[in-house]
Design a protein around this ligand. Structure first.
Ligand SMILES: *Cc1c(COP(=O)(O)O)cnc(C)c1O
Length: 431
């Protein structure tokens, strides 16, 4: 049992004195699961190691980027070699073009792509572009979908905010919030109704084609198709925020898997291999509005950073090999299937959602289809589950409303070990 967390506790106290809440991103603080964060010293493959010398099987994967596992030798080598050539030039490089070409060859709707430094930057820029292209002010999003922390998106915005119970955020002016409409995920009828009154003023519908930030919620059949039809009818742009799903649920993301062509796509996470990257792309016609080709301003000192592009390219090259997504599917299918069986045999209210190698656990008997049904799952039981799993060497997301990720580095043995621990913890939950 990993109960010895003295060093993490000390670091957390020290951090809280100089960093708000002791963390640089809120959910990390593990408040929502009633404990303190682990401070990580290093990671390798499927494992992370904390400051007290404990080892954990990691199912967070840095919140999505690490589809190959931690410190993959080819990624490490690519970054080391790039670093030796200089960490940043603020001038164009061939490796940016290679990454752009690779993204375009994989993601069906992207003809041109701009690299930025985070998913947040990608969505903010995509919305600016959509407003410029259409000349319209409004955007429509869905409850529980997270699109980064831009002012326009902090409205019913998933995990971090759901976890902390903040409706929106202080600091976002009402005038800005009023330009964002938020509707229930998977509710096409509400979208139709809304468009009848304000459709001609909506610049873009932005959606996570598979929601990943209120826990994983799959689109019901017809939802994404319906959004595509309605947005075409009203000449509104459809933005797929594939920051989580891009290169995760298929090489070409959710748009390949569900065969829908959005107008703009936002990427991040996996395409940076664990270094800070984001991207947004779409048709040549729309993307040509971006400066310096067009008038829509968007820039970045470290955009297209050579370390990040080197890491991203190494990851995408491996993911482009045959059979990778089949392997991930097999691992995750086995893992989630067994987890459900174990919970069922102990009569625990439990359900899972999954697509490819991302999924979520809900202590609930509800059919999970939107933010409302997600919220009926027990936060208290998840918190206990999280703590018990962690003390036995399994590291899950410190919030009931997050995804769990399986990487190529997770071996059959790792998964079986995790299932044995889960079985033991399921047994304790009933006590
Ligand atoms: C993670 C995420 C973002 C934000 O990306 P950051 O790099 O954290 O700014 C945006 N959209 C989705 C769907 C995400 O999962």
């Amino acid at each position: 049992m990993n109960d010895f967390l003295e060093r993490s506790e000390t670091l957390f106290k020290r951090g809280q004195a100089v960093i708000p809440g002791g963390v640089n991103s809120p959910v990390r603080a593990a408040k929502a699961v009633g404990t303190h964060p682990l401070f990580i010293r290093r990671a390798e493959g499927s494992r992370i190691f904390d400051a007290d010398g404990n080892t954990y099987l990691d199912y967070v994967g840095s919140w999505g980027p690490l589809i190959l596992g931690h410190a993959h030798p080819r990624v490490v080598k690519a970054v080391q070699e790039a670093a030796a050539r200089g960490t940043s030039y603020g001038a164009p490089t061939e490796s940016e073009i290679e990454l752009a070409e690779r993204i375009i060859s994989c993601v069906p709707s992207i003809e041109k792509v701009r690299l930025v430094t985070s998913g947040t930057e990608a969505t903010m820029s995509a919305v600016r572009l959509a407003r410029a292209f259409t000349g319209r002010p409004l955007i429509l999003k869905f409850d529980g979908c997270y699109h980064g922390h831009g002012d326009s998106f902090l409205i019913k915005a998933g995990s971090g905010i759901a976890t902390l119970g903040i409706p929106g955020s202080p600091g976002v002016p009402q005038e800005i919030a009023s330009l964002t409409l938020s509707l229930p995920y998977n509710d096409l009828e509400k979208v139709r109704e809304t468009f009848k009154t304000v459709g001609h003023r909506v610049a873009a519908v932005i959606v996570e084609p598979v929601a990943g930030n209120m826990g994983v919620v799959l689109p019901v059949p017809g939802f994404l198709e319906g959004l595509r039809d309605i947005t075409i009818q009203y000449q509104t742009l459809l933005i797929f925020d594939e920051v989580i799903t891009g290169f995760r649920v298929a090489l070409g993301g959710a748009q390949e898997r569900f065969q829908i062509r959005p107008d703009l796509t936002c990427l991040g996470k996996i395409i940076g291999g664990g270094l800070p990257v984001g991207a947004y792309g779409g048709s040549k016609k729309i993307m040509s509005l971006i400066a310096p080709e067009g008038p829509v301003y968007q820039a970045g000192t470290l955009s297209g950073n050579p370390l990040a592009t080197a890491a991203g390219l190494a990851v995408l090259e491996i993911l482009s090999q045959k059979g990778i997504y089949e392997q991930l599917e097999a691992k995750a299918g086995f893992f989630f299937g067994r987890l459900n069986e174990l919970a069922r045999s102990r009569e625990i209210p439990f359900t899972t959602t999954r697509i490819g190698s991302m999924g979520s656990l809900f202590f609930s008997r509800e059919d999970i289809r939107d933010y409302e049904t997600v919220q009926k799952a027990s936060i208290e039981i998840y918190a206990q589950f999280y703590r018990e799993m962690r003390s036995r060497g399994v590291y899950l997301a410190p919030s009931a409303f997050e995804a769990l990720f399986i990487s190529l580095a997770h071996s059959q043995e790792d998964l079986e070990k995790t299932l044995a621990v889960a079985d033991e913890v399921f047994g304790r939950l009933r006590e």
